[in-house]
Design a protein around this ligand. Structure first.
Ligand SMILES: [Fe+2]
Ligand SMILES: [Fe+2]
Length: 371
């Protein structure tokens, strides 16, 4: 029989009970055939019945009794023991570092998780790829360059939050579940834009060092909340507004459908981030300065990004309807930019972050190039 070795530093409790060799329990069981059943007397709150609602048995439906109470501080055992279970004395620590509810929580996490699960879609089946038709060369090249950029940036929104996922205390399971769905969503976004680049006779365009730089800064964020500011408020908020305007950007119905579906997913991610920051800033208003500093930096990088032709021109060509309508496209891109900045500032307002006096992004697109 195997013996499980647990080092002292891995053990929170004091007793070592993991000696299966010559287990007295098994000896007794095989000798007498009488089960122990002692575990039946050890349980969390008992005898309530979670009732499904119109949409089935959702997480909020099992928030009954003490199971629905999320502690302000996660369990000090730092193990993956489920919230509400009986805790044995020698649970191994998994070394969670995010152990305060305010550091990661958002009240909408459970509902957003359920919505995400219900609205999963397949980039293979749910996009009408068969309807793609050859496009004029400039439009196809512009769409492929935009897809290259999106393929490049989409996966950061999976890599970055999931980096924190394994550090978040298991008692905040609703947040961890939501982040898992975000990772799945972003995997799909990365795959659908890569597929689009390759599906209509084009291919991938040029990658961007500045994009990579901004992604690295997101990944290097010192706290989950800081990352949420950079990623959810600004980065994902930016693409959310873009996808919302997808019908003015997309050169085909297939592309419209891609943007529409990605937009639904992004609105969940941005919704989570906004509510998290609102709750965090209410509990710890002193972190506002740190979030502002990070957004100063993120906004500067975004402005630099929009100093590159491969960033500015594909959108203008797509929105104008071709290189010959470039001026009109720039004008439309300016309108989109204004909307992006305004919605970003509204999100900051909603999160309780007074960003307006400090924001470095001009609402007038032309000012990016002239200031
Ligand atoms: Fe995404
Ligand atoms: Fe996202």
């Amino acid at each position: 029989m195997p013996t499980v070795q647990i080092k002292d530093e891995e053990r929170v409790g004091t007793e070592a009970r993991y000696k299966y060799e010559a287990s007295p329990y098994l000896q007794k069981l095989y000798q007498t055939g009488t089960p122990d059943l002692g575990w039946m007397d050890q349980h969390g709150e008992w005898g309530m019945q979670a009732k499904p609602g119109n949409l089935g048995l959702r997480l909020k439906d099992i928030e009954i009794g003490t199971y629905g109470v999320v502690p302000e501080k996660g369990g000090a055992h730092l193990s993956m023991a489920p919230r509400g279970a009986v805790l044995p004395p020698d649970l191994p620590s998994l070394g969670f570092t995010v152990n305060e509810k305010s550091e990661c929580w958002a009240d909408n996490a459970a509902e957003l998780y359920e919505e995400a699960v219900a609205r999963q879609w397949s980039s293979a089946r749910d996009i009408p790829w068969g309807e793609l038709r050859p496009l004029p060369d400039d439009l196809e090249r512009a769409m492929c360059q935009l897809c290259t950029f999106l393929t490049e940036v989409e996966f950061i929104a999976a890599d970055a939050p999931t980096r924190w996922m394994s550090r978040i205390n298991q008692d905040f399971l609703e947040v961890k579940l939501f982040l898992a769905t975000q990772a799945m969503d972003e995997a799909r976004h990365t795959d659908v834009f890569r597929k689009r680049a390759l599906a209509n006779g084009g291919g991938l365009g040029v990658s961007s060092a500045l994009s990579q730089f901004s992604l690295k800064r997101i990944l290097d964020s010192p706290t989950f909340s800081v990352q949420t500011g950079r990623l959810h408020l600004l980065g994902e908020g930016f693409v959310l507004t873009m996808f919302r305007q997808g019908e003015f950007i997309a050169p085909s119905r297939v592309d419209q459908e891609i943007f529409r579906r990605c937009m639904q997913d992004e609105s969940r991610h941005v919704g989570f981030g906004t509510v998290h920051l609102r709750e965090q800033l209410k509990t710890h208003p002193e972190i506002a300065g740190q979030i502002h500093d990070q957004l100063d930096d993120a906004e500067k990088i975004l402005l630099q990004l929009f100093s590159c032709p491969e960033q500015v021109e594909p959108m203008a060509i797509l929105m104008g309807g071709g290189v010959e309508h470039f001026d009109k496209g720039m004008e439309l891109q300016g309108q989109l930019w204004r909307r992006i900045v305004n919605e970003y500032l509204q999100r900051c307002d909603s999160a309780g972050l007074d960003r307006r006096p400090r924001c470095l992004l001009p609402t007038d697109f032309a000012k990016i190039f002239t200031s």
